[in-house]
Design a binder for this molecule. Structure first.
Ligand code: ADE
Ligand code: ZN
Length: 331
């Protein structure tokens, strides 16, 4: 079974590129850019990755991103993630980046996008991995800051498929960003948002009704509202679930307590993703293995996860069909 999971073609829809910064690369970039780190060693950094909730993680995650300064840094970060994709048989990936984390520090938007997209193009050519890029607004910052970021994105819209919403969910409900999401849609961008990670089911409803999202990132808190679960299934609203992340951030007390299988059986379009793999202890295969081990997913259920991700991805119908063929030929 482990071998089956390793070789299963996978599609990732929820990955923060800054969250794939492994401590080894963080140290390399800190040295390259003359930045001091609050850790004496890679081991000390890894030991510090103990979280009690989302905010305790975000504080460390934003600090780590400070080492990213140049186009080459963003290229190296993205390329390292894509090599992990190759190992895990990820055939398509849709990557989040947080422009405000970098522009706030004086790094130009163009530097960030250029480094990431050069790596994505190289991966398409050399590794056969397709990808799309999603720009996230940080929800703890103001609506105006999000509008300024959208303005900065305008020269780069050929490289960006969608906007997302991430960072601290509690106290920053989706409706705060209704207008900037509307403006994004008018520019042809698709919409997704983190909702129901730590926050209430009302945030999931707001993401759907106010932001008009096509996918919910996380969404696992829907389960406390049975009617919402049924609606999500009926609407075929995809949830990009991140199992290891949910355990690390104490959303569930153990993987055995995770509601992934419940949602799958309810007919919700759930997918498996890695979120911030350098901080949460695993990439795509690790997440599939952890869910299978704790919840005993069958082979057809595991294949369904990839099928769901293909259905939920932002590729055109022709490219989706090509991905489906790859999965069908596998089993
Ligand atoms: N930014 C990076 N990872 C995140 C997560 N899991 N939730 C919200 N914002 C994030
Ligand atoms: Zn996330």
């Amino acid at each position: 079974m482990e071998d089956f999971i390793r070789k299963l073609p996978k599609v990732e829809l929820h990955l923060h590129i800054e969250g794939s910064l492994e401590p080894e690369l963080m140290f390399t970039l800190a040295e390259r850019n003359n930045i001091s780190l609050p850790y004496a060693s890679v081991e000390e950094a890894r030991n510090a990755y103990q979280f009690t909730d989302l905010q305790s993680f975000l504080d460390i995650y934003y600090q780590g991103a400070n080492v990213l300064q140049t186009k080459q840094d963003f290229f190296d970060l993205t390329w390292a993630y894509l090599l992990r994709c190759q190992e895990d048989n990820v055939i398509h990936t849709e990557i989040f980046f947080d422009p405000q984390t970098h522009t706030q520090r004086g790094i130009p938007f163009a530097t960030v996008v250029a480094g990431i997209s050069d790596a994505l193009e190289k991966a398409e050519k050399e590794l056969g991995i397709s990808s799309l890029l999603i720009m996230c607004f940080l929800r703890h910052l103001s609506e105006q800051d999000a509008f300024d970021t959208l303005e900065q994105a305008k020269p780069h819209l050929d490289k960006i498929v969608a906007v997302g919403l991430d960072s601290s969910e509690l106290g920053h409900p989706p409706e705060k960003f209704s207008r900037v999401f509307s403006a994004s849609r008018q520019l042809g961008l698709r919409c997704v948002a983190h909702a129901g990670e730590e926050g209430p089911p009302a945030n999931i409803r707001s993401a759907i009704d106010d932001l008009h999202v096509e996918r919910i990132d996380h969404g696992v808190k829907c389960a406390s509202d049975r009617k919402l679960v049924d609606e999500l299934a009926r609407m075929k609203m995809p949830l990009t679930v991140c199992p290891l992340s949910n355990i690390k951030l104490c959303v569930f007390s153990s993987m055995e307590q995770h509601n992934f299988l419940y949602l799958l059986k309810k007919g919700v379009c759930v997918t498996i993703n890695s979120d911030d793999p350098a901080f949460f202890g695993g990439y795509m295969t690790d997440n599939f293995l952890a869910v299978h081990k704790a919840l005993n997913l069958t082979r057809p259920q595991l294949v369904q996860c990839t099928m769901n991700a293909i259905e939920a991805c932002f590729l055109n119908q022709k490219n989706k069909k090509n991905l489906l063929k790859i999965v069908e030929s596998y089993y």
